[in-house]
Design a protein around this ligand. Structure first.
Ligand code: NDP
Length: 256
């Protein structure tokens, strides 16, 4: 039924060429949405677009570094005519992390992490708002991290940027409900993607993570993208302002 379909809907997903973003593009297309995505690498983007089109997906893409204000504006100028000014779904997926103890962060690295994770998300919500409103049933989904919910040791700047995203989710849900726009946040724990390849080779890191994870394994990207797709479906029309962990139970695990 139409409750379980995204047919006729339009979606913008940032960072769709690898990892969680790639799985999100495939799930949204699989439910029938028309998707536009971006990344910084033209060759990798073209390769993904070719593969998706051969599967029959309705998908387009542009090169954009979302940490640049000018490039964000350019991206939305490109997307507006493609979708006739109407965007049903905006997925804020791009994020980056450089792990260090707090006292070792330079001002430059602090600003870089905040620019990629928080400034870009905030500005892209401002830019997509008129398009989401015009669709009559807009849905924003942020990709945060359990680092913004519990302490994972190092990476306090990343953690602070993700915690800010969690609260932004709630503010936009309240502020933009009158515009027919819902806002929710998907919060992954460690997920098998290129971003954390180096961490997944670190046995001590993986063992410690798994010792805190009731399901006892690392997530696959599709286990995160499925919740993103659900939150965009008409079936989720009464869900807004929610920050939902996809974490194998890590954040609810108490003393053992
Ligand atoms: P990956 O590094 O595997 O993929 C990131 C994607 O975003 C790529 O397509 C990349 O392409 C693109 N990208 C990166 N930076 C930019 C940029 N500045 N502008 C445009 N595109 C960009 O990341 P994940 O899939 O692992 O992470 C996705 C989200 O999930 C992030 O917000 C991350 O914080 C979050 N997350 C991930 C976890 C994990 O364990 N993997 C755990 C918790 C949260 P390119 O580099 O070519 O631009």
């Amino acid at each position: 039924s139409s409750r379980w379909s995204l047919k006729g809907m339009t979606a913008l997903v940032t960072g769709g060429t690898r990892g969680i973003g790639h799985a999100i593009v495939e799930d949204l297309c699989g439910f029938g949405a028309t998707v536009h995505t971006c990344s910084r690498n033209q060759a990798e983007l073209d390769n993904c677009l070719n593969q998706w089109r051969s599967k029959g997906f309705l998908v387009s893409g542009s090169v954009c570094d979302v940490s640049s204000r000018d490039q964000r504006e350019k991206l939305i100028h490109e997307v507006t005519p493609i979708f006739n000014g109407k965007l049903h779904i905006y997925v804020n997926n791009v994020g980056a992390n450089f792990r260090k103890p707090t006292i070792e962060y330079t001002a430059e690295v602090y600003s870089e992490i905040m620019a990629i994770n928080l400034d870009s998300a905030y500005h892209l919500c401002q830019l997509t708002h008129p398009l989401l409103k015009a669709s009559g049933m807009g849905s924003i989904v942020f990709i945060s991290s359990i680092s913004g919910v519990v302490s994972l040791g190092t990476g306090s700047v990343y953690a602070a940027s993700k915690a800010a995203i969690n609260q932004l989710t709630k503010n936009l849900a309240c502020e933009w409900a009158k515009d027919g726009v819902r806002s929710n946040c998907v919060v992954p724990a460690t997920t098998n993607t290129p971003l954390v390849e180096h961490l997944l080779r670190d046995k001590q890191y993986v063992d410690e993570m798994l010792s805190r994870t009731p399901l006892g394994r690392i997530a696959e990207a599709q286990e995160v993208s499925s919740l993103v797709a659900f939150l965009c479906l008409p079936a989720a029309s009464y869900i807004t302002g929610q920050v939902i962990c996809v974490d194998g139970g890590l954040t609810v695990n108490g003393f053992q």
